[in-house]
Design a protein around this ligand. Structure first.
Ligand SMILES: [Fe+2]
Length: 186
């Protein structure tokens, strides 16, 4: 779901939403099955956000920002670290202590990544683009993200395409990414 505004405003709202999901999971007792639901929720949101950034933010940074290649490479590396952790988490029993260790690791990684983007990458992009260019990128990001619903809700799995993403079994990260990026679409 789009929030309106330019690419930086749009992505910052995503960041705040993910942080709210982290607060939500941290507020639940360890082993509580609702932690699994929140984990699935932030997994889909993080994949959705990552795909949108990879499609439009990093190419723009590479093209317009001096030193943008190195910045974009670093952010992509962060994404693949987080995605590796999310993949481990998707098959993990909520009752196991590894579940909690993975959640803590994901929160640390994502929090660092968000701070880096907001403090370094976004200001550099803002300085290198006109307001109209930032607005246009915001539109593109919104349409990329709109390819999948934001929040898997207990009521949602009966409705396609969320039922496909949340079908039982491992592979949530890959299924969400395929759906959003159009990868493997025939
Ligand atoms: Fe981001």
């Amino acid at each position: 779901m789009g929030h309106g505004g330019n690419i930086i405003e749009e992505l910052k709202v995503d960041h705040r939403e993910v942080e709210a999901m982290f607060d939500k999971i941290n507020a639940l007792p360890l082993g509580d099955p609702r932690r699994r639901e929140v984990a699935d929720e932030f997994t889909i949101e993080l994949v959705r956000h990552s795909v949108a950034e990879e499609m439009y933010l990093y190419p723009a940074v590479r093209e317009r920002v001096a030193g943008g290649e190195a910045m974009a490479d670093k952010e992509l590396e962060d994404h693949s670290t987080v995605e590796g952790l999310l993949k481990k988490l998707e098959g993990m029993d909520v009752k196991r202590s590894e579940f909690d260790t993975l959640v803590a690791g994901i929160i640390t990684e994502v929090t660092g990544h968000v701070a880096d983007e907001e403090n370094r990458l976004f200001p550099a992009l803002a300085a290198a683009c006109t307001p109209a260019q930032l607005d246009e990128l915001g539109e593109k990001i919104r349409s990329a993200k709109d390819r999948a619903p934001t929040r898997p809700h207990p009521a949602a799995p009966s409705t396609p395409p969320m039922n496909k993403i949340l079908a039982p079994g491992a592979g949530l990260v890959d299924r969400a990414r395929d759906m959003l990026s159009g990868r493997g679409r025939s």
